[in-house]
Structure formats: structure tokens, C-alpha cells
Ligand binder design. Sequence first.
Ligand code: IVH
Length: 682
Amino acid sequence: MGTVPARAQRRALDLRAQIVEANECYYGADAPALTDAEYDTLFRELETLEAEFPALRTPDSPTQRVGGKRAAPFAPVVHAVPMLSIQTAADTTADAAAEFDARIRRELKLGSEAAPVAYCAELKFDGLAMSLRYVNGALTVAATRGDGATGEDVTANVRTIPAVPGRLRGTPPPVLEVRGEIYMTRADFAALNERQAAAGARLFINPRNTAAGAVRQLDPAITAQRPLHFFAYGVGESEGFALPATQGALLEALAALGLPVNHDWRIVYGTTGLAQFYAAVEARRHDLPFDIDGVVYKVDDLAIQSELGYRTREPRWALAHKFPPEEMPTRLLAIDVQVGRTGALTPVARLEPVFVGGTTITNVTLHNEDEIARRDLRIGDTVIVRRAGDVIPQVVRALPERRPPDARRFVMPATCPECGSAVVRLPGEVIARCTGGLVCPAQRKQALLHFGSRRALDIEGLGDRLVEQLVDGGIVRTPADLYRLGLAQLAALERMADKSAGNVVAAIERSKSTTLERFIYALGIRHVGEATARDLARHFGTLDALMAATEDDLFAVADVGPVLAASIARFFAEPHNREGVEQLRAAGVHWEESAPHRAPPGALDDLTLVLTGTLPTLSRDEAKALIEEAGGKVAGTVSKKTSYVVAGADPGSKLVKAQALGVAVLDEAGLRELVARPLDLA
Ligand code: IVH
């Protein structure tokens, strides 16, 4: 390698070692060391380096082979027709579609006047490639891809998968090798992990790994317990099979033989057609019941496919156009602790900025210390960050094989980082809390924000930045202080124009006239959400009655349990809380007091509903309001006590759980009907 700079040589060696190791983990164990995106990045870097310095491209380079090493336990199956992979586009913009189309036109020597090329555009299923050999219509061998030339015989396992037909329908040819993908749906994956969690067992990482692991079990009985599915998308060796003229017709022929074929393929034309397909599928990606990591473009005409032929690793007639990755590795730089309104200390991951799921992510909540321990996350680790759709980003796991020697465990501080008060974690609780109460500026700020929030006293303009300045400047300590704020005082603050200061003063003034339930909610009593605040207002009728209530009195309110009763009683037992309430009344905050009354009977009285997925017309808040207006409760988790689960598009594991527990499931129309119609209890 005389002409190759030492740095390039070293980098190539390093890349190869990483790729070989990743191949071994991928093919040898259930747990890949790298995500697909990382693997692709490394692979492409090596390819580029070898293109620049061809001396580096030795026969033993991973770029010169397909796949990696196989693990031992399954008998080898030599593929009569190799199972190739597809070239992956280097970028996730429409440019990749244009470049592919341009390359195909170039290779076919099509002039600019020639008609657009027809492509079969398919989903790129994120599963495990499989070759199914049918002899006279009967499944005889099921083999994994392995290194592309030789795979593993997993026939006994694959026979347990209901979606894989044991016999083909119609008039099957003497020999037909069907190529396709084994996968697991997201709902099945979630349910499986729920069962694992309930049994205290290890959680699975993602549907793809789980499907791959299930297919490679030594005991087919275990495979049989894993809900696996299959989509066919191609053929390998065949005898007596009249190969259709196009990929589209091939998919139809496979379906006619009784094989499961996904319906979301389309014949599209030219760059525009490809780009439109890509955009349409990407927009719908999260509505699909299974994971896909992109789309696949195939020249539709099979004769043209043969004309285009193959390169070392991949056919020239196909392109995998991936979506921006939803999981990316990055470094966990630090774990800070944030103090919430109730004093809850939340560990927050500070990350090296990483672009994932369409945005750059730098901070992710880690929930609590037990979560950190369960995932064994250490400061300094390389971690996988996931952001799928509009779900909040998560740190999924650490890559222990990349752990630096100086990685540190997280320790919850013994004192509050904001006020220095002692931090306690009560037995049986997962959350550590600052004991500083309203002495703690962080809690004061959060309490003020909550007080002025839309569903509480609704003080428009009282946002993060203003509260920050008010508290840090010692101008406001308690909610009552807000009512003493003058226009001049506000206008003097940073980034406060006279006009916005005026608006805030007006909003504060307006907030004085409120309702009892909003006022109770605004106090920020632990565990007292809007629904409870409304129950309390209705039950007690006046604030004085509520403040005088004993734990037993509170317990008598429907849906108030012992924890809630204790929390409310404790709040009003605190002299500074009573004082705070009096100051607010003195400042002019008022509401109409009414005699205690029970709400008129609603259609959903005493019923608990759980919402999951996206409803066609109602937002989550609207659905919640609808249910609560009808007297129902909205709970976050499904249990045997749940009356109904209202499910929309892309429901989560709650739906699975409801089905498992036999809880009735409604759609939006069902919910509307239920709310409109009082229950017939006769
Ligand atoms: S066709 C010669 N079609 O993606 C082309 N592959 O890197 C053979 N995949 O190994 C594959 N969805 O496991 C094809 N609709 C699809 C696919 C698909 C997923 C997988 C397959 C393959 C890999 C390509």
C-alpha cells in the first residue's frame, strides 16, 4: 500500500474491524452492536476510502463480500440464487430518487426524449430476509440470508409461523423459492415486552431484533410463541414457473399462490413518481402496524432488470431509499437534575446534539434514577436516542461495548441543586423530591407557571422567561405577589415592551375572576388534577368547606383515595399554604361559591375510560373534556377496572392490553354515541 497515506490505511483498518465485529454480532447473536444507520455509515465511509485508494480494496475487505460470518447451530443452506442486498441511497432527500433514475436512464442509454422508466416502488420492511423453498407446492426449506451465498436452515422454526403457508395455493410450479421478509408488528412487540416485564424478564430491543432472534431459536416451540409475520417480495430459484414480465405482476402472482404480499406497492414513473411515493410513505410510516426503514425502488420490467444485471454486492436495478433514522447513537455527556413544581427531581440527559427523527436532540428526560439503573446508563456512554413520529425522544439503551473506562454512574444528589434543601425519596416511591417547598426557587417558578397556566387561572403572557425574571429578581415569591405587580415594574424587565407589559397586567387583572374548580386546580396540590379539582369543588361547594375537611371527609368524595385525601389534608394543614390562599382572596381573586351539589347524572358517571391512538376528529384534550363533561374519568393505564378503551389510529400497547383483559374497545363514533346516550341499567 505504498501510495496510500498512513492515516487512510489506519482508518480503513479501523473501519474494517468495526464492520467485521458488527457482522459477527448481527449474524451470531440477537443483539447487533451497531444500528443499521451506523453500520451503513461505516460501510459507506470504507467504500469511499477504497474508491479513493484502490490499493485498500483487498479481497478480504468486507466491501468485497456479502454479509458476514454465520453462527454454527443451524445447518448451512447454499442459495441456488444468491440473496443479495440492495444498494442504499446515501441520503434521505428526493435527490436520491433523482440520482437513481438518472443512473438507470444512463445505463439503459435512454435519451432525454425517452419515456419515463416504470418502477415498482415497495415498502422496505425492517425485518429479516428469508428464502422459502416450495417443491411441488410444499414448503421444504426455509433459510436465512446468511452471507448471501450460504444461509441457515431454519425450516423447523419457520413452519411455526402461521403467515407462512405450508402449501401453496392454485397450481404451483415444481420448484419455487420465495424471497421475503419475516417481521413482527409493533403491537405484538409491545405486548410481548409487557409480558416480559410482568415476568421480570429481559426486555427486547425492537421488533426487528426480536423477529430475528425468534427465527434463530434452537427450540421451535419458542419461535411458535413469538407472533411473527411474513411478506413475500421476490423469487430465487424456480423451475416450471412462468416468470411474469414485471415485478408488479410477480407480486400479484405470489399473492395468487396464497403468499402474503403487502398491498402498499405502486407502479410509478420516473423521478417524480419515485419521489412522490417516498414522501407519501414517509408521511404514513407511523400509521403502519409494522416498522419500515424506507422504501425500495425496483425497475418494474424484469427483462430490463436482467439487462441491467448485478454488481458485486447488489443488483443495478434496485435502490433502497431509507428514511431519516429514528434511532441514532450519541454521547451521554452529563445527567443534570431538574426540579419540578412538586419538588420532584427529574434526571435529564445532556447529549451531544444528534439529528434523529427529523430534529436535533440535546436533552432527554430520563424519568427517575431507577430507570437509569434499569438501562444501566452511565455518563460518558454512547447511547441510542430514539424519536419516532411525534413521540417524545427517549434514550433507549447504552452500547456497553463502547463504554469508555471513565464512564460514571449517576448518583442522585443528596441536596437540591436549586435551593440546597435535603432530597428525600420515600420508601416505595421512585421519585426523589426536594423538601424545600416554596423556599426552593425552582418549585416557586413551577408553581407560578402552573398557577397561571391555561387550565388554571389562565394568565396569558406569564411564561417561562417572565417567571424566571420575576423569581430570580426577587420581585415575585408567591402567586399573590402577582396581583401587586405594577405596569412600570413589568415594563422595566428585559424583553418586555410596554405593550406586552400592559397585556400581562390586564391578564392578571382578568384572572381575578375565576371558578372554584380552577382555583383549586391552580393551587397545585400534589395529585390534584383538573378532574379532582372539579370533584372537590362540586362536593364541597365552597373553599372554606374544602379547607376545613378532614381526611375522612375528603375520602368520602367519589374517586378520592387515601393518597389523595392525605395529600389534600396535608396541603391545607400547612400554615403557609393557608396564608397563601388568604393572600389571594385579599388580592381580589374571587369566584362564585355555591351550595354543594352533585353533578346532574351523566352518561359516563362512575365509568373510567382510557384513550389511545389518534382519533379522527377529536384531539386528546377534546376527547377528555367530552368524557369528563359526561361524568366519566380518563385514566392513563388500562386495568380490569377500565370501563372502555377509546382507540384511534396507531393505538399503542393500551389497545393490546385492553384486548388481553377483555375490556370493551370503542372508536370515536362509539364514544360519541355513548356520551349522547345515558346508560340503560335496567
Ligand atoms: S428485494 C435483490 N424488497 O432489505 C434484491 N428487499 O438491503 C433483494 N427488504 O435483504 C431484496 N423490504 O431483507 C427487497 N420490498 C423489499 C424489501 C427488501 C425489505 C430487505 C431485504 C434485503 C434488504 C436489502
